[in-house]
Design a protein around this ligand. Sequence first.
Ligand code: SR1
Ligand code: MG
Length: 417
Amino acid sequence: DYRILDAQGAADYLAAHPALAAHLGGTPGEWTCRDVADGNLNSVFLIDGPQGGLCVKQSLPYVRVFGEGWPMDINRARFEHAYASRVAPHVGTLAPRIHHFDETQFITVMEKLEPHIILRNAMLAGRRLPRAVADVAEYAARTAFHTSDLAVPFERKFADAGVFSGNLALQRITVDLVFTDPYVESGRNRVLSPHLDAWAASLREDSALKAAVARHRLAYLSKAQSVLHGDLHTGSVMVTPDDTRIIDGEFALLGPTGFDTGTFIAHYVMAWFARSAHEGSSQENASFRAALADDIVEFWNVFATRFIHLWQEWDGENDGTPRTHFTSGTDRQALDAFRRSYVDEILADTVAFMGVEIIRRIIGFAQLADFTTIADEPARARAMAGALSFARTVLLNPGRFRDVATLVGALLEHERA
Ligand code: SR1
Ligand code: MG
């Protein structure tokens, strides 16, 4: 019975569901509908009525931006719904409210976010969003901690593993597009500039880099730390100056915590490289880039602080009713050291996954507007090559980036080199 919706079909769908139609008010004849699909995979429509609006999202049986020649399992909508339900108790208003899920039409009806825009588009427009970075860090810390063995009984985590290990089609996309294609000749790879052909060829020959990426591909598949969003880039975040919502959890998996944080930071690093070639005065670009560098530091610091705080809170440390068996003074010191080392390990993974994400966005299928909107081709290629070179440096020298200040310092230094 599955049928692909168009904008009118989305409005008809809402009209046939009285509880949803009531959100819009008036009669269907008074509603307006718009196709606003922006991501690579799905249809998205916004329907407005006299009393309010709704967002209707449907999985297509193929990759939207490619067409029917690339089939894609529509069950991804179920995993997106399972992820949203799993993290909802922990994220409050950092995610949109889901009103309805239809598991035969693979349709999700959710709150229409207004006047939110996609974080990437805000950044491209040179807008500063005061809350975004801290809010995404808060979201990442809460989801990571509350779905980990630190907070849930192992039975619960294995139940999560049972659910999300079924998300095969989208984990296959990640394994192929992120961890494999940039390092082989793949018909899916897009290299946007002839200036980058040499880079693409050198990745295929770079044994040390391929080994580093292979190590992290294994971690992605086997390091079952937390339930992850799985695609936490700046296109998966909607913002206003005072509100942030994380959307699009269809790539959810049980995996290494640093995969989400690394993906997010990667997109700030790429925005930083791209901004050097964007239109605008060099002074404006320099100050925007300085702010992006500060954002990376803030993101990591908020994530790390909040993760440890959630852990202390969970252990009852802050309310005088400890649940942990680490009770003596020396125990507490050992526990603090353990917590720091746990978070340090997330940072090491973050830095590596950041590098992997950067490479696949430049030599791969899923290109970014941050770079594609740069009209000056040699300048665009220089910006992309800078990001590639930085990503390669961090992947080949993991021991050098043990704190975020060093990472950002290397980014700034990289430009001067
Ligand atoms: C075929 S899907 C390509 C990319 O779009 C999504 O946003 C994910 O990042 C995926 O890798
Ligand atoms: Mg998406």
